[in-house]
Design a protein around this ligand. Structure first.
Ligand code: FAD
Ligand code: DLZ
Ligand code: SF4
Length: 525
């Protein structure tokens, strides 16, 4: 009998047409899928994130078996499980004596490094294929990036529009403009009707996985009872259809809005499915484009949505693979404060942060503006050590994989890459949060008070940040306005702002403290 080809499918490769499965011979080959302790613990993942990935993996394996494909599936609680990708691959090599191993490149640098040893350890050829589920190949990104000192998403995005033909007519952008961002920034009007969101009730497989996660990670961050993610291709397509039909039309205007008690608003909630492969970027964008052409959603909504996917999503991935591993080590603003404990406990009297962290714990989800302008903005202004806030984001969201989380946090939020990804830090005071949300009306602080009793901490920290980073940021033309305002302030007021901001920051460290380890970070909440 011919030796099988061993096809190693990782937890984010759950696409039937993924490169490693494309030429599979079901009569000869074996698919290997493994649940391993190392992957469930390299950061203290939200419990819903672990359950989502393991359940999606089990369903995917079941679908492959339904096609008559042989799947060797190792479960987390299998007695002989070595706990690592490499250990499980070597055990499978011993079991099946394959002629070669085929895999798709992983989504994380950490795992890519592991793969480099596999050929030597296994003693058979290992074919690691490019992940062509992305619109922009590594080679294409390199061509675009060549010679540029700093990147700008807008120019990259135009290339992706031209390359895919999405929202293009005769070589020109539909509607005569590339970008409708300025029309995506309205707060939610009082009494606005929000779409009811489709969530999925766990089936038997998901219920088993939830029980496994509950017993293995009893005290870890994250509620399990709110689990509502699609874990099969069929349900992911239902989730896509629901978004296009019920939410897309409202996505454009209120993309940047935030509201108490409304964690999902008009957002698609598709990132977990996209990132593990239950949906592909192009099919999601084509569905949105179809909705526009059929008159079901306005151009600003559809363009805004497509921009997030073929623009931002592809852009951050390109930056990650081109600049790792050095990218993660930069710290342009020299930020060094430990992550406050309230990021895990949610115990803070700042209503915007308490709400965002509570949403995160409940759903393993927060929408982009909560991530960028609430938890992210605070981390930037307070000068949190980049690696600590990065680990937090990598842990707490169901969609978090290093290739997408890291550039968003390190580059977009923390400006730790010195402006490679974004042209200026996304720093904002309480006025922005007050304008874009209803959080402040339920807060003990006041966004209109800039100094003294009741002052919103974001106001104090904003000017403190401007002051503390003057040597690094003042020459940035996009920061000219805040520096003009700061320099025009009288010296006494400046000193008072510095003193009150410092007292606030000292209080943070004293009362909060950072989790010393993932174990401490997973205390019951
Ligand atoms: P929607 O608002 O419906 O947007 C549609 C899709 O566009 C998303 O599903 C996503 O695939 C894509 N998208 C939107 N913005 C971005 C972006 N900035 N970068 C990449 N893709 C984007 N996204 C992740 O998928 N995984 C992460 O680990 C992640 N970490 C983030 C960390 C920080 C600090 C920030 C500011 C953003 C992060 N994002 C991450 C981007 C974005 O917040 C999420 O993609 C989005 O909130 C997912 O929800 P949604 O599917 O409802 O998105
Ligand atoms: C995040 C994650 C978790 C929690 N568990 C597994 C697992 O048991 N098996 C697996 O194949 N992948 C898992 N993943 C995803 C990986 O950590 C990692 O992000 C991807 O393999 C990178 O391609
Ligand atoms: Fe957040 Fe300040 Fe508004 Fe309170 S007043 S919710 S701290 S922005």
């Amino acid at each position: 009998m011919t030796a099988p080809v061993l096809r190693f499918v990782l937890g984010d490769h759950l696409t039937r047409t993924v490169a490693s499965l494309r030429d599979i011979d079901p009569a000869r080959d074996i698919v290997l899928m493994v649940e391993v302790a190392d992957e469930t613990t390299y950061v203290p993942h939200h419990r819903q994130k672990i359950a989502f990935i393991l359940s999606a993996m089990r369903h995917f394996a079941q679908d492959l078996k339904g096609e008559g494909i042989r799947v060797d599936y190792v479960r987390l609680d299998d007695a002989a499980n070595t706990g690592s990708f490499t250990g499980e691959l070597m055990r499978a090599v011993a079991r099946h004596s394959p002629s070669r191993i085929v895999a798709t490149e992983p989504g994380e640098w950490r795992v890519r490094r592991m793969m480099e040893d596999w050929e030597t350890l296994a003693g058979v050829p290992v074919d690691i294929r490019e992940d062509d589920r992305f619109v922009c190949s590594h080679e294409r990104f390199a061509r675009w990036a060549e010679g540029r000192k700093a990147y700008r998403m807008e120019f990259f995005y135009r290339e992706m529009r031209r390359g895919t033909g999405l929202l293009m007519a005769d070589g020109e952008p539909v509607g005569g403009r590339w970008n409708f961002d300025a029309e995506n920034r309205q707060p939610l009007p009082r009494g606005a009707r929000l779409p009811e969101r489709l969530r999925f009730t766990p089936d038997g497989i998901t219920a088993d996985v939830i029980a496994l996660v509950a017993s293995r990670f009893p005290d870890q961050f994250g509620d399990l009872d709110a689990f509502g993610w699609a874990v099969t291709r069929a349900d992911a397509l239902r989730a896509l259809d629901h978004f296009i039909t019920d939410c897309l039309a409202g996505f454009g205007d209120h993309q940047d809005a935030m509201k108490r008690g409304a964690p999902f608003l008009h957002h698609s909630l598709l990132s977990p499915c996209l990132n593990v492969g239950l949906l592909t970027a192009m099919e999601v964008c084509r569905a949105a484009e179809r909705a526009y052409r059929q008159g079901l959603a306005p151009l600003n909504a559809v363009e805004g949505f497509i921009r997030q996917i073929i623009g931002w999503r592809e852009y951050v991935r390109g930056i990650y693979w081109r600049h790792m591993p050095d990218y993660a080590d930069t710290n342009h603003l020299g930020a060094g404060r430990p992550l406050p404990w309230f990021y895990w406990s949610g115990e803070t009297d700042m209503a915007c942060l308490a709400e965002t962290i509570a949403d995160t714990r409940r759903n393993a989800y927060a929408h982009h503006i909560q991530r960028l302008m609430i938890t992210g903005n605070f981390a930037l202004l307070a000068g949190i050590r980049p690696a600590e806030i990065e680990d937090w984001y990598l842990a707490v969201y169901a969609d978090a994989f290093d290739w997408v989380e890291l550039p968003n946090t390190h580059g977009m939020v923390m400006f730790a890459d010195g402006g490679l990804l974004a042209s200026k830090p996304y720093a904002a005071s309480g006025a922005y949060i007050d304008r874009m949300s209803d959080y402040c009306s339920g807060c003990r602080h006041d966004p209109k008070i800039k100094l003294g009793p009741g002052a919103c901490p974001f106001n104090l920290l904003y000017w403190n940040f401007i002051d503390a980073n003057e040597a690094v940021l003042a020459a940035n033309p996009r920061m000219a306005m805040p520096y003009r305002t700061w320099r025009a302030m009288d010296a006494q007021r400046k000193a008072a702002i510095r003193a009150q901001a410092q007292a606030f920051l000292d209080g943070l460290d004293g009362s909060g403290g950072a989790p010393a380890s993932p174990v401490q970070a997973s205390l019951p909440l």
